[in-house]
Design a protein around this ligand. Sequence first.
Ligand SMILES: Cc1cc2nc3c(=O)[nH]c(=O)nc-3n(C[C@H](O)[C@H](O)[C@H](O)COP(=O)(O)OP(=O)(O)OC[C@H]3O[C@@H](n4cnc5c(N)ncnc54)[C@H](O)[C@@H]3O)c2cc1C
Length: 423
Amino acid sequence: MQAGKNEAQGKSTLQEITSGIDCFLFMPSQLFPPPLPPATRANALQQLQAFARRAHRYGRERNFVVADHVNVSRLSAAIQHRLISQNEVMEVVLQHHPLGSVEKFVQEVLWRSYWKGWLEMRPSVWHSYLDEAARGTDAKIERAEQIATGHSGCAVMDDFARELIETGYLHNHARMWWASFWIHQQKLPWALGAKHFMNHLLDADAASNTLSWRWVAGLHTPGKTYLVRRDNIEHYHHAPGVAGMEMLEHTKAAEIRDSALAPLLPYHALPSNCPPDDKRTALLLHAEDLSVETTELSHLRPEIVAFYRHDEESSSSPRHEWRNMAFADANRRAEAHFGRAVASLSSVANIVAWLIEHRIERLVMMQPMVGPLRDALTALPDSLSNKGIQLLCLRREEDNRFFPHATSGFFTFWKKASRRLTA
Ligand SMILES: Cc1cc2nc3c(=O)[nH]c(=O)nc-3n(C[C@H](O)[C@H](O)[C@H](O)COP(=O)(O)OP(=O)(O)OC[C@H]3O[C@@H](n4cnc5c(N)ncnc54)[C@H](O)[C@@H]3O)c2cc1C
């Protein structure tokens, strides 16, 4: 994740990256809306193939923020919702290149597993974030609103704010700069900024987002904060002479108290395999895994299938639009694969009533991870057990393989995970 190490090496230039690629330099206040990240599995696989051919350039070029973001994969929304899996991403890239020339990319893909595994074993950090974000920020709310909507007075940050709202995507380096500007330069509460990202990012993820904001704030590795610097932005993003750059000089780290208690819980592996068809079984799909037909669940012969849709309070319109397309694609594939119409459900009560109506004995689903979906389904296990219906939650093999290693820092995790890149 950290751009720091490569920043120091900084061998490429913006011109080198954009030469030979059909793109424009990213000029502040001259935003070219890039195409929407792929919202179907077929498009995501296509984009993955196209990216894999140039993945060996990623390590050198990834920190530059250029128009259309041609130097990164832009697969995060597809990966987050599992239109494609991290395994598939790594396998395709490793078919094109030896690990040595794409290690940086593989490492970044595994940052996601690290964050997800880390939060699975420390769920209290998510709930502390929710409490902190709900508390808001009395006097500073007006300033927070100005910055979030692109009226901070610092043109480069305002461009990023608008790009986030209009497209639902920001490059990793822009996310780091913007979060640092919010926390350390403007001294705004980190949880409020994290909530703004959760509302707008197409790839919004409880683990990657909360923990990245905590990392920028200096809460993940105490004493290590990420400070935005003018010269760094000028090197990695074409921004000469734009208004408000002086605001980025001499930023001092904000003093932040960590309210999260983070006891490490033991990792509970869940089965990845399909159960035998000895009970009347229903399959419940949801937004965290939009291609269950590619998992061990492909062998399941369910009586009925439904998609549980957890609607968000304040989802932005690009996010809403992207999710609608991705959900429709997932439902089409599930209908074709399982040969059943996919019902739509939106509450625990609906789920229980649907199962009873069809005399179902067992509900199978992929285990929701720490975050909003799991919170929305908290009552499900008890509600089912009260009705004598078995609940079987599965976890992808790749998650069981990587998550248990996320007990401390990323590089300890990487040492172990990199030995087990393939199943
Ligand atoms: C403040 C902040 C908030 C963030 N919030 C999210 C979020 O809500 N959801 C999210 O998926 N990522 C988040 N990230 C991580 C990262 O910025 C995005 O995953 C990445 O920019 C997505 O663009 P890409 O697909 O082009 O990535 P690429 O650079 O092409 O990387 C390939 C894939 O690796 C994974 N990845 C890359 N970098 C990271 C990282 N630092 N942490 C975790 N996974 C990574 C993503 O799945 C990504 O699609 C955040 C980073 C910061 C600094």
